[in-house]
Design a protein around this ligand. Structure first.
Ligand code: HSE
Length: 330
């Protein structure tokens, strides 16, 4: 962390009064992409990435209103209530005394519908930036609570498995959202390779196709894997992490939306990846690797497959971001 980067208050901590503008009236924010679910942990596990990031500017207004600006002309909804950065701020200012508002300028680098937490980055970036300008009035847990209103705009449902890692950094377990109970999970340094095939999968659609009931035998496998994955992270047991990256409930349904999914998964593991699967609700696919050469070899496998299929794609080779949303300038 350099001198221009600042951490925010930990879970449960809260200042008594907003110190409006004490740290300036304008702040620049890097809001990172995230991988939700981590294969077996639908809606309860997520990790924060170093790349890609949205760039955002948050400015204090002396009026109780939210203004949204799309810097690159990207077609984002400009009505704050319909915008993933705006809806959380509408909630936040409703809990503030006096005439306080925010203007948010979004340089959208994480493509919506990519499966790497585009809506969460906007929501988390907005609330972290706004809170910075309020002298860290709200706790991290409050910020997650506000940011989930952005996820509701995006997918119709509040979930925190992108928001929490985006705000806390690292890997987080969302044990519960009612009440909010976020558990940071320590993990070994791992490399993450992502391929984003250039098709759009809307989270709301990818949720709608899921079965509403699961068989007990599948649930038993799934919670064994979730517990195994969390234990693997904490114990830095790479083999346990690898064999726990299995999803018998969501992936069999959603993977049909992603061309080449089965081949990517199989061949990336043959190339040395510990394992991986659909990132969030897709179409991005992520793979975890123990070191950079393996992560680069995995990227090569992904490229070869999508070149052959003839589908445009982006790839990223990155690592777990332990900081989350960062204030880069003020
Ligand atoms: N847990 C959510 C889902 C993440 O899979 O629908 C969406 O990014």
């Amino acid at each position: 962390m350099n001198e221009n980067q600042h951490t925010i208050l930990a879970q449960g901590e809260k200042n008594n009064t907003p110190v409006v503008g004490a740290k300036g009236k304008l702040v620049k924010i890097l809001a990172p992409a995230t991988v939700a679910n981590l294969v077996c942990g639908f809606d309860v596990l997520g990790l924060c990435l170093h790349e890609p990031n949205d760039l955002m500017e948050i400015e204090l207004l002396e009026e109780k209103k939210i203004v949204i600006v799309s810097a690159d002309g990207y077609p984002l909804p400009l009505d704050p209530a319909q915008n993933t950065a705006g809806a959380p701020l509408v909630e936040m200012i409703s809990e503030l005394p006096g005439n306080i508002g925010f203007k948010v300028t979004i340089h959208k680098k994480i493509k919506p519908g990519s499966g790497i937490g585009s809506s969460a980055a906007s929501a988390a970036g907005a609330v972290v930036g706004a809170n910075y300008l309020l002298g860290d009035f709200f706790s991290k847990q409050d910020l997650v609570r506000f940011a989930m209103f952005g996820e509701k705009v995006a997918s119709g449902v509040k979930h925190a498995d992108n928001i929490a890692p985006c705000i806390y950094g690292g890997i987080t377990l969302i044990r519960s959202i009612h009440p909010l109970d976020i558990v940071p999970i320590p993990a070994p340094e791992l490399y993450v390779t992502i391929v984003h095939p250039q098709i759009e999968v809307r989270t709301s659609d990818a949720r709608q196709i899921l079965r509403k009931e699961v068989l007990l035998k599948d649930a038993i496998k799934q919670w064994g894997n979730i517990a195994g994955l969390v234990a693997g992270f904490i114990q830095k047991d790479l083999a346990l992490i690898g064999r726990s990256l299995e999803d018998v409930i969501i992936e069999p349904v959603r993977s049909i939306l992603i061309p080449g999914f089965d081949e990517v998964k199989l061949k990336c593991k043959e190339a040395g990846a510990l394992g991986g699967g659909i990132s969030g609700s897709g179409p991005s696919i992520f793979m975890l690797s123990k070191d950079e050469p393996t992560a680069i070899a995995v990227e090569g496998v992904m490229k070869e497959i999508y070149n052959r299929i003839g589908l445009a794609y982006h790839t990223y080779v990155t690592t777990i971001n332990q900081t989350g949303v960062t204030v880069i300038d003020n």
